[in-house]
Design a protein around this ligand. Structure first.
Ligand code: NAD
Ligand code: WQD
Length: 329
């Protein structure tokens, strides 16, 4: 099988490329390097000792995207490419809608023209309304409070309608919860540009002395230790989950959604103390006000992915902390 991996130089995409190559898939990567670098591409090649075509391409450029589809006979697309920073999307909504929707529309048009019958789409837990009871399931009501979340919601709607007309196509939307960690080689990992909004890269950068302390956004939530709870999933588990999704797409047509998480909630304080214990270091932190828009608790029921995809995350919080530090260090 030949797979187009859009956003394959990014955090989740690069880790998935290593698993695809190690499972014998041929891949082609297209990425405009807006939030990544060739270091990730080099890392994938070093880890797998395999090479593959790379196109530095903005997928919002329809002609350039068409050129890639005209040059390869793809069996499937894994569409990681997209902007994903919530705060940035609030400040720059049009940029988020343009980038995330136009790229997805171009992919759909090229898939239709070249009869590429499968797509795995990177969606997110942010598509769920923020007043849902936990655990979240694939049937939990949808709705967002920021342009990033709405852009993912809209891309899913585009893909639903696409699947409804291309009835021999398979469209799988994977709603990732909180991916963290890195490949055990330490050659690829999460390299956000600028100051990270997300907890784990901020912890790692603080451990390296880049920041003086971690600010815990609120310890007065209705949770056991008062800090926010999330469903963290190791990025390598997530990468492997894409193999399950491809197998599902090979046997099914139509549109299907799966939550990818562990089903286990972990608090900010638990993550910090685990990172300290696993890596034998001390992390300075202080309590700061709550961050606007944050949920107190968010985690999924992993049942549907387990039952239908045969996917179950197996790596632990300790693995996530160890692998993050191994990469960062
Ligand atoms: P990332 O920013 O590391 O990777 C995304 C990649 O897409 C980057 O390499 C970027 O350069 C590329 N890209 C963006 N716009 C592009 C365009 N127009 N043309 C070509 N390439 C483009 O992000 P990630 O964490 O690897 O996330 C991958 C996908 O998963 C994204 O769609 C994101 O919304 C989604 N997601 C991420 C998380 C998370 O917490 N990391 C959670 C849920 C969903
Ligand atoms: C996790 C917990 C914070 C930073 C985000 C995006 C979502 C998705 C995954 C793309 C929360 C707390 C954080 C810090 C802190 N990405 N925190 N101090 O907000 O669950 O989800 O990433 O789809 O779109 O919203 O992840 O890592 O930002 O926060 O206390 O410096 O850590 O309050 O409880 P979040 P996060």
């Amino acid at each position: 099988m030949k797979i187009l991996v859009t956003g394959g130089a990014g955090y989740i995409g690069s880790h998935t490329c290593t698993v695809l190559l190690e499972n014998g898939y041929d891949i082609v990567v297209a990425d405009n390097l807006a939030n990544s670098s060739m270091d990730a591409i080099d890392g994938i090649k070093k880890i797998t000792q395999k090479s593959f075509p790379f196109y530095k391409t903005d997928l919002c450029d329809e002609a350039a995207t068409e050129e890639i589809f005209a040059s390869h006979k793809f069996d499937c697309v894994i569409h990681f490419a997209g902007l994903k920073a919530v705060a940035e999307s609030v400040a720059k909504p049009i940029m988020y809608y343009e980038n995330n929707l136009i790229s997805t529309l171009n992919i759909c048009k090229c898939m239709k023209k070249h009869r590429v019958p499968k797509i795995i789409f990177s969606s997110s837990a942010v598509v769920y309304k923020n007043d849902n009871p936990m655990p979240l399931t694939e049937d939990s009501p949808l709705g967002s409070i920021n342009a990033y979340g709405w852009s993912k919601f809209m891309c899913e709607q585009i893909l639903r309608d696409f699947a409804a007309t291309e009835t021999d196509f398979s469209v799988v939307s994977l709603r990732y919860f909180n991916p963290v960690g890195a490949h055990t080689s330490g050659l690829i990992g999460e390299e956000p540009s600028g100051i990270p909004n997300n907890l784990m890269p901020f912890i790692a950068q603080t451990a390296r002395g880049i920041h003086s302390e971690i600010k815990i956004f609120g310890n007065d939530y209705d949770t056991p230790d008062g800090t926010g709870i999330r469903d963290y999933i190791h990025v390598m588990d997530l990468a492997e989950g894409h193999m399950n999704a491809i197998n599902f797409a090979n046997k099914n047509t139509g549109f299907e959604v799966f939550n990818l998480g562990t089903g286990r909630g972990v608090s900010v304080l638990e993550m910090i103390t685990t990172f300290e214990t696993v890596n034998g270091l001390k992390l300075p932190y202080s309590i700061a006000p709550r961050r606007a828009g944050d949920l107190p608790v968010s985690y999924t029921s992993p049942k549907k992915a387990e039952k239908i995809l045969g996917f179950k995350a197996k790596r632990t919080i300790e693995d996530m902390c160890r692998d993050t530090w191994n990469f960062r260090r």
